[in-house]
Design a protein around this ligand. Structure first.
Ligand SMILES: Nc1ncnc2c1ncn2[C@@H]1O[C@H](COP(=O)(O)OP(=O)(O)O)[C@@H](O)[C@H]1O
Ligand SMILES: [Mg+2]
Length: 297
């Protein structure tokens, strides 16, 4: 079994090192590379060139990261992942799942369609449309970058006049009703890490700030999700077609749970610091099992 592991440039990533070790320990050979160094090539019998695979393709591809890039770069890298799948390579997470999760508006749409509760959300193009629809949400309105992550670029607009300029949001406004905190002392939500249809581990994230990403300084704490939270998170991953996902869950003041988003390339360093579950090990086991299931079929 020879696997391609797509990581950020430079092999120094904490997550990548753990995945390589876990995959090797389970008998798989791993070539760590980046999507940036792959190519489409009509001179190759496969039409593709994946570093370390010469004229052949990997038995499977695990996507730890597609890395930052321009719209063209991201389109190219997703194109490589689509091409791998269409060539019969099992890719985890598949390009379709990555696309669905990365675009927050599509993710919200698919969650709603699957019956998964989310905060009230409206996505429109242009400032005029955003102003027109502002009143249909509960202020303050949360505005998120369509392709954002780690809490970067998220703002709260108490009134339409506080909405960001069109250029700041790439002309697309992803607007959401704010879910107020249930405690006067802190803000809290949960990160639930799902793989192969089950919860691997979860954590509560508490912060003085309403943006509770660990990358923004929130404190992670071990959390054992109850049945409702587990089902919501696994349902969200299923709705988005993700083999594994980091699902963000928040609790409404009425006690009900809502899914904020699902990440198709979630980091787990913060989560690993509060759980005994070997996350890289579980991911490697699940991924290799999915390759074996496919080989049997
Ligand atoms: N509608 C909301 N109501 C209350 N808090 C929110 C809402 N949306 C986001 N947040 C806070 O901001 C954080 C980041 O939002 P999220 O949708 O997960 O985007 P990102 O991809 O940047 O992590 C959440 O973990 C939560 O703490
Ligand atoms: Mg998040």
């Amino acid at each position: 079994m020879k696997i391609a592991l797509f990581v950020d440039e430079g092999n120094g990533d904490w997550h990548a090192r753990r995945l390589v070790k876990a995959l090797n320990a389970r008998g798989a050979e791993v070539v760590t590379t980046t999507l940036k160094h792959c190519a489409f090539d009509t001179a190759s019998p496969t039409g593709l060139r994946i570093p370390g695979f010469d004229d052949t393709l990997p038995d499977g591809a695990f996507v730890r990261s597609i890395s930052h890039g321009s719209l063209e770069q991201i389109t190219f890298r997703l194109g490589i992942l689509h091409a791998l799948r269409e060539s019969g390579v099992r890719v985890s997470n598949d390009a379709r799942a990555v696309e669905r999760c990365v675009d927050k508006s599509t993710a919200t749409f698919l969650l709603q369609r699957a019956g998964i509760p989310t905060p009230a959300t409206i996505t429109v193009e242009s400032e005029t449309a955003a102003h027109a629809r502002f009143g249909d949400l509960t202020a303050p309105v949360v505005v998120k970058p369509l392709f954002g992550a780690q809490g970067v670029g998220i703002t709260r607009a108490p009134s339409p006049a506080d909405l960001p300029q069109e250029e700041e949001v790439g002309h697309v406004y992803y607007m959401q009703s704010f879910i107020p905190p249930r405690s006067v002392d802190y803000h809290e939500d949960w990160r639930v890490f799902v793989s192969s249809g089950r919860v691997l581990a979860a954590m509560a994230r508490r912060s003085k700030s309403w943006i509770t990403n660990v990358a923004q300084g929130a404190e992670p704490a071990a959390h054992t999700p109850d049945k409702a939270m587990s089902e919501l998170a696994t349902g969200a991953a299923r709705a988005l077609g993700a083999d594994y996902a980091g699902v963000d869950v928040i609790r409404h003041q009425d006690g009900s749970l809502l899914v904020l988003e699902a990440n198709s390339n979630p980091a787990w360093r913060g989560l690993q610091s509060v759980t005994d579950v070997d996350i890289a090990g579980a991911l490697a086991t699940d991924f290799l099992a999915s390759l074996e299931r496919r080989a049997i079929l």
